[in-house]
Write a protein that binds this ligand. Structure first.
Ligand code: SF4
Ligand code: SF4
Length: 409
């Protein structure tokens, strides 16, 4: 069968590819396999074949699409500006829409529904953290073992949703915090850093109760209808806020790309935490710390570097904290986390994770900065505990706090 959904890749998107092959050297799956079907050009050719009725959306088509990390490195180098990420999301939506009923229902339940149930995410976090701490994680079967094998999952803390934080003086404005699904239970220290920095800069911070998961994971896995529903709920939850700060690159990229519409759309009001903090430093609302803290390796999450083209900001934040950012690769090759890819393609994910960890180790830095939770988990899995993995904003907040203690305020 050909395309059956409104999300399908369009002829305009597909015909934009001129088959030049310039994307091949930056594509991780092509680099690993040398297989044309595992390249951006090959995937677009398969999509075009379906569009022209030469091929159908079958198991093989699904395999070709599922092997893509959706890292979007190919978009950055493409001279024809093929919107590969959009086309791939459409192709994945088609794969799911044309699955047998039971498999489609399973995919939609896991990726489209489970992550928006806060209690379920918290319960799974408790179970994974417990499995790690009692040593049973390696003995858990299949997916459970893989999730619990990622390290380390912290003991969950209460959610930020429904809470407000005021600055010391009269607020000069209000900024909404996007709480996310796993950021609250697994990366609360990043939320704390963002909230405290915004308070320091004079803002009130509000995390609306009714927000939900951004829908990025659902969209990546082809649960397009569920992803669109999640975006719509967030559009309503963040109504009335001029700025919405998001401290997970995958979530900020997704909301910017999908919560579009008119000038007052959520997409136009979303800002990644690295952009916001860097701009507050640049305008003097947050300090530059004059202390030499040594080198920090920089890992660019694909959804920050390729999807949002944010490159300078994390480096500027680290320099303002007193660190020397150290580059680990020129193209920002994917670390292999890629949402659920760690679970669906563990061997490829592990190979890319090992390569990324080697790049970090080569620098000799004892800290690596990454602005996305999936990448942080992947780095922690492939590096030993002597190398710390942290969000750039988290490192900057630590430096600001330390400077305040030294200054006595
Ligand atoms: S998104 Fe990444 S893995 Fe997929 S085709 Fe493009 S470069 Fe390759
Ligand atoms: S770089 Fe762009 S135009 Fe060239 S093969 Fe890749 S996707 Fe097609």
């Amino acid at each position: 069968m050909g395309w059956v959904t409104e999300w399908a890749p369009t002829k305009v998107e597909l015909d934009a590819c001129i088959d030049c092959g310039l994307c091949l050297p930056v594509c991780p799956t092509f680099q690993l396999t040398g297989d044309e079907a595992a390249s951006p050009r090959g995937r677009l050719t398969a999509m075009r074949a379906v569009d022209e009725g030469i091929m159908v959306v079958d198991e093989r088509f699904g395999e070709i699409m599922d092997f893509c990390l959706q890292c979007r490195a190919c978009e950055v180098v493409c001279p024809s500006m093929v919107p590969f990420g959009r086309a791939m999301e459409g192709a994945k939506a088609e794969v799911v829409a044309q699955l047998p009923d039971a498999r489609r229902a399973f995919k939609r339940s896991v990726f489209g529904r489970a992550l928006r149930v806060r209690g379920l995410v918290t319960m799974a976090s408790w179970m994974a953290a417990g499995a790690q701490r009692t040593g049973i994680a390696p003995r858990l079967p299949g997916l459970l073992g893989r999730i619990a094998g990622l390290r380390p999952i912290p003991i969950p803390v209460p959610s930020t949703r429904g809470r407000t934080w005021d600055p010391d003086g009269i607020p000069k404005g209000t900024i909404a915090l996007f709480s996310g699904c796993v950021m609250d239970p697994w990366f609360s220290e990043v939320h704390v850093a963002v909230i405290q920095l915004l308070r320091t800069a004079g803002f009130r911070v509000v995390a609306p109760e009714k927000q939900t998961c951004c829908g990025a994971l659902a969209a990546h896995e082809g649960a397009a209808y569920d992803a669109a529903d999640m975006v719509e709920r967030n559009v309503q939850a963040f109504e009335g806020f001029d700025t919405v700060v998001v401290d997970a690159a995958g979530c900020s990229a997704h909301l910017k790309a999908h919560a579009g519409g008119d000038g007052a759309s959520l997409a136009a009001r979303v800002v990644d935490a690295t952009e916001l903090v860097a701009s507050l430093i640049a305008e003097g609302s947050l300090p530059t710390i004059d202390v030499d803290r040594g080198p920090v390796a920089i890992q660019d999450p694909c959804h920050l570097r390729h999807a949002q083209r944010i490159v300078d900001e994390p480096r500027a934040i680290l320099r303002a904290a007193g660190y020397q950012p150290v580059e680990i690769d020129t193209h920002g090759m994917c670390c292999g986390a890629a949402g659920a890819y760690q679970l669906s393609h563990p061997e490829t994910s592990d190979e890319l994770g090992r390569r990324k960890a080697d790049q970090v180790r080569t620098t000799g830095a004892k800290i690596v900065a990454s602005a996305n939770p999936g990448c942080e988990m992947q780095l922690r899995t492939h590096l030993d505990a002597t190398v710390r993995v942290a969000h750039p904003v988290e490192l900057y907040w630590e430096a600001v706090s330390e400077a305040r203690v030294i200054a006595g305020n």
